[in-house]
Design a protein around this ligand. Structure first.
Ligand SMILES: [Zn+2]
Length: 85
């Protein structure tokens, strides 16, 4: 019994910050906290990435091309109808 007792105790420690805990429930709740922190960081990273990509697509949207097309069409159709009357 005394042989694997130290092993068990060694198991009750956080893999991240190396803190040891007196019992399993405490370690579990701590590990849950660590996991929450980690996933929060991951989420923040993803959001930052998405925001960057979003602003990039906004900046490169071709507004000039879209503006010149309807103008040309209106001028052509208007001129031809005026001529035939
Ligand atoms: Zn920890």
């Amino acid at each position: 019994m005394s042989e694997y007792e130290p092993l068990l105790k060694d198991d009750l420690s956080c893999w991240k910050c190396d803190r040891s805990f007196p019992n399993m429930p405490k370690l579990k709740s701590h590990l849950q906290e660590e996991f929450d922190k980690l996933s929060d960081q991951e989420k923040a990273k993803e959001e930052r990435k998405r925001k960057r990509a979003d602003s990039l697509t906004h900046a490169s949207s071709p507004v000039d091309k879209d503006n010149s097309r309807p103008d040309k069409l209106a001028r052509e159709s208007g001129g031809s109808s005026n001529n035939s009357t």
